[in-house]
Design a protein around this ligand. Sequence first.
Ligand SMILES: Nc1ncnc2c1ncn2[C@@H]1O[C@H](COP(=O)(O)OP(=O)(O)O)[C@@H](O)[C@H]1O
Ligand SMILES: O=P(O)(O)OC[C@H]1O[C@](O)(COP(=O)(O)O)[C@@H](O)[C@@H]1O
Ligand SMILES: [Mg+2]
Length: 529
Amino acid sequence: MGTISHAIAAKVLLPHLPSNRSDGFACPSSRLLRSNLSRTATRTRVFAKVKNQSSEIDFSDPDWKSKFQKDFERRFNIPHLTDIFEDSVPIPSTFCLKMRTPVIEDFAGGYPSDEEWHGYINNNDRVLLKTINYSSSTSAGAECIDPNCTWVEQWVHRAGPREKIYFKPEEVKAAIVTCGGLCPGLNDVIRQIVITLEIYGVKKIVGIPYGYRGFSDKELAEMPLSRRVVQNVHLSGGSLLGVSRGGPTISEIVDSMEERGINMLFVLGGNGTHAGANAIHNECRKRRLKVAVVGVPKTIDNDILLMDKTFGFDTAVEEAQRAINSAYIEAHSAYHGIGIVKLMGRSSGFIAMHASLASGQIDICLIPEVPFQLHGPHGVLQHLKYLIETKGSAVICVAEGAGQDLLEKTNATDASGNAVLGDIGVHIQQEIKKYFREIGIPADSKHIDPTYMIRAVRANASDGILCTVLGQNAVHGAFAGYSGITVGICNTHYVYLPIPEVISYPRLVDPNSRMWHRCLTSTGQPDFF
Ligand SMILES: Nc1ncnc2c1ncn2[C@@H]1O[C@H](COP(=O)(O)OP(=O)(O)O)[C@@H](O)[C@H]1O
Ligand SMILES: O=P(O)(O)OC[C@H]1O[C@](O)(COP(=O)(O)O)[C@@H](O)[C@@H]1O
Ligand SMILES: [Mg+2]
């Protein structure tokens, strides 16, 4: 009793279970009542789950809380080189802000250190992961461990430069790789990693071209990187290094790293890339290679667990405003105009939800986490008819992963194994056209798909800052001797997290969260089931 397995603990902490709207609430006329019912039912299911874990967490054990905390501490411990190289001797950090120019000389005369400078993070510094003490499991968005929603402090490691480092800068060959789809800010992160590495005194820095593929494709030469090369790269979107999906096996990647003498690897990517980074970290350990593998979460979908947000997300939401505004103008100017804007979000509707909230021009927001029906008395089309009759126009914002149950399945996958989704935006437009034709009401629908335009732009100012901090912290983490970690922002503080904890499943919008309810309040849409 008391030992919580990794996977089980992740489930206990899951903020919500996706509500299964087809399982049964009668549809009372009041949306509020329905929403309350739905919330209660979902909560009941959460605790049914928790109760099922009783063989794992025995809540009647007076010590369950301290056991949980101990287990949490173990899970969130960040792997360190000394776990396998016990004799590693650290040296004083070569990162010191009193010396703001990149170190250009060798360290023959010893490593510089500054006893007086208090700019380092203590290894025992921690950041509080959860900050709300929910008094009840029925509080909006409550994340409870036990049925009483007991307050349990959960601490994670604080990111930043350490006083002692585990790599001699002149012995480092650092590589950066960007994988998956594009995301605003990739170049900003690359730039900061290079700049920070140079401040530590690293001279061998390379970019691996086109994601993991660059490790195996002999035609693709690694790109030497320096402050001079990256100076202005943040001024444009995309990735200086290129990106790709799919690629070589983990063993091939580590073979290639060994051949190239890479002992620090910075991996920018989403869930899939991080699964790869963790596997590379484990393979290096298996081969007893003194290598630090550090991830920087890159996902425009914002679907990495535990973090306030990932870089590029704010920019995506901002850029989406232009498409939404165009859709609004088109719809508003047409007779019975209906605008449809499809935004990215494979399994998480964060961009659609935030873009809808920001614009104030959306009447219907559809996300993957909240099932909906198009047809029937409570369907989207019926509500559109109501909007056309009362307002004269309407705008829908739909996440690409929403309503996939309404489309034909293809079972097709991309090179990384991600499911290829059906086009929900096109489907909704077709159904709108059919429906309004059938009911004899003219409607003029316009579908805008700005997805690739949104993700190719350069980062905005707020993302620029986030990228800067994450890039710098990635380098600090590697020099501090950590590996198999990723960097993030939790409750406005910067942290290091073990990779498996942030990718055990995609972070989803909680349909019981205040944010989703705020979105519903703003759009005024009913539940569509
Ligand atoms: N489970 C996995 N283990 C190892 N590598 C993976 C895994 N899933 C994906 N990858 C690799 O990570 C890279 C990016 O994955 P992908 O899913 O396309 O993007 P993202 O990292 O943004 O989720 C690809 O090269 C893919 O082969
Ligand atoms: O057409 P591509 O390049 O496969 O990208 C489409 C996918 O990229 C994303 O924007 C983000 O995906 P990743 O996080 O895997 O890079 C998804 O929302 C979308 O499904
Ligand atoms: Mg992914």
